[in-house]
Design a protein around this ligand. Structure first.
Ligand code: SF4
Ligand code: FES
Length: 248
């Protein structure tokens, strides 16, 4: 395939960025989107030009590092697929593909297509854990009964890979789906109930502090989420938040 790439280039956080055009040839349908960018970067390096900087790690859909806005959609045109697992067969010979970083005030651009998502880490650090004493008297997790529906819903919430596509898809740059997944994962299990009140209050407070927008129930986050995280988690987090406030 022969393609025209329009890629966001930005030297650093302070510089003004712009879309630059790169024609590319010899792209096969079986290549992943990131492999296609590897081919481009090899060409740029051979020509003595600066390669395009983009984020990636596992390249198998589990780490959440890859984070590209492709033709205006986080992770591109396919559903429930991360950028690293998107294949070039989803495009046609002659296509123009616009590639930008995820856009949100709480995700400042570091360089080219890489954004700083440590705001997510700070939300996680505010309560996305269970404090357990592991000094010799830990109870076997399987000894605590959990009903099947709660176990399944918790597992589904835990599938969130923290990629930030939900934020990039939202017109308000809201982080509600991410935060709700992290809250729900624990709220549904007996192990998570002990610290439930502080968890939801602290994580929501940190989310607001980071400058993410409010949720207005448009649902774009759920559609673009590569892991199928459901909006039901947001409803669950709102219930947790209300009950934590009533307790407080
Ligand atoms: S909720 Fe989905 S889109 Fe948002 S960070 Fe988690 S996996 Fe990514
Ligand atoms: S590189 Fe890990 S999810 Fe894409």
């Amino acid at each position: 395939m022969k393609l025209t790439l329009k890629i966001w280039r930005q030297k650093n956080n302070k510089a003004k960025g712009e879309l630059k055009t790169y024609p590319i040839d010899g792209i096969e349908g079986d290549m992943s989107f990131l492999e296609m960018l590897d081919v481009l970067n090899e060409e740029l390096i051979n020509k003595g030009e600066e390669p395009v900087v983009f984020d990636h790690d596992c390249r198998e859909g589990i780490c959440g590092a890859c984070s590209l806005q492709i033709n205006g959609e986080p992770h591109g045109p396919d559903r429930q697929v991360t950028t690293c697992q998107l294949h070039m067969r989803s495009f046609k010979n002659g296509d123009t593909i616009v590639i930008e970083p995820f856009r949100a005030n709480a995700f400042p651009v570091i360089k080219d297509l890489v954004v700083d998502r440590t705001s997510f880490e700070r939300i996680q650090q505010a309560g996305g854990y269970v404090s357990v004493n592991t000094s010799g008297n830990t109870i076997d997790a399987n000894a605590i009964p959990v009903n099947k529906q709660d176990a399944d819903d918790s597992f589904n919430a835990a599938a969130c890979i923290g990629c930030g596509a939900c934020v990039a898809a939202c017109k308000n740059a809201s982080a509600m789906l991410f935060t709700a997944a992290k809250v729900s994962q624990f709220a549904l299990l007996p192990q998570g109930k002990v610290e439930a009140t502080e968890r939801v209050l602290n994580m929501v407070a940190q989310m607001d502090k980071e400058g993410f927008g409010n949720c207005t129930n448009t649902g774009a986050c759920e559609i673009e989420c590569p892991k199928g995280i459901s909006l039901e988690n947001i409803a669950r987090m709102n219930r947790e938040y209300l009950s934590a406030n009533l307790k407080g």
